[in-house]
Design a protein around this ligand. Sequence first.
Ligand SMILES: NC(=O)c1ccc[n+]([C@@H]2O[C@H](COP(=O)([O-])OP(=O)(O)OC[C@H]3O[C@@H](n4cnc5c(N)ncnc54)[C@H](O)[C@@H]3O)[C@@H](O)[C@H]2O)c1
Length: 299
Amino acid sequence: MKRSDVKRVAVMGLGKMGVDWVANLLEGGYEVIGFDALPAARERAPGALAKGLGWIAKKRHPEESDFVDNATARFSVVDSEDAFAAELESCQVLLEVIFEDLDLKCEVLARVVPRLPEGGMVWTNTSSLSVHTMGVASGRPELFVGTHGMNPVYQMPAVEVVRHRDLAEATLALTVEILEGIGKSPFVASDVSGFWVNKHLVPFMLEAMRALERGGDHGRGRRRRPQGQSRPPAGRVQAVGFHRRRHHVPGVVGDVPADPGSPALSTRDPRPDVQERRARGQDGQGFLRVGRLQAGRGA
Ligand SMILES: NC(=O)c1ccc[n+]([C@@H]2O[C@H](COP(=O)([O-])OP(=O)(O)OC[C@H]3O[C@@H](n4cnc5c(N)ncnc54)[C@H](O)[C@@H]3O)[C@@H](O)[C@H]2O)c1
């Protein structure tokens, strides 16, 4: 299959991520058919989609007065899995965006994927589950890819494209090409729990939570922080980055000795570090740069 053969995408699961993906796919010119098992989610979907498309229209298509109407006209929702499975027969890609539950995903994929035409690809928006396991359950692991979008999908360009041992290279390349075609910045990650993003992010956030539980120099949050009290750890960590966190958040890594001679940590102002980081070219664009390198487009 070539990118130009892909015209119609089926999205299963119209929750937060599903609807946001729909907005991005419609922006990319695709026809989209959606389904959610919950009637309330199906009812909520048009309103959530209108919000997403409104944002996209304002930020990226200000000259196109009919952008939202044109995009909305290419979206429809069905109200049963049987109807969705019937629609799959004329789709080239199925994007699964249901609950993060491996058994559920495997069960549902095993049921619906056989209805996709031969050669049809399957994407899963899992945050951390085994893509290979789901690929095997779907019956077509060579055509099964993880596409972990960031929230909100239509605002965040990065997408982790998860490669596993039975994935065909042609499927991976086509997925990357389609995603780039709708304005995303995909980068390839391995099929390990948490892939790249959550493998780093989750321990980082857990540490911040433990610091809050332990107490210490972290303030009480932005609104309630008394004048002069230091910034809360999560915000401070975000501002300065991984390599600096132990300087600014001693509660987070209290068991790690500071560098010899480092100043009193709890009172240090993070702003010079942010400036230094920017001067060294650390601008928060890391994922995107890796993606561009992988796609052979230079940094
Ligand atoms: N929310 C995030 O920030 C985020 C970020 C990255 C990845 N993800 C991943 O995306 C996926 C979806 O997350 P979400 O935040 O959109 O969840 P959500 O709960 O908002 O939406 C999931 C939707 O799937 C529907 N669903 C469940 N079983 C179904 C079935 N058998 N058939 C059809 N629809 C079904 C539910 O009714 C629900 O509306 C998960 O795998 C999650 O880990 C979420």
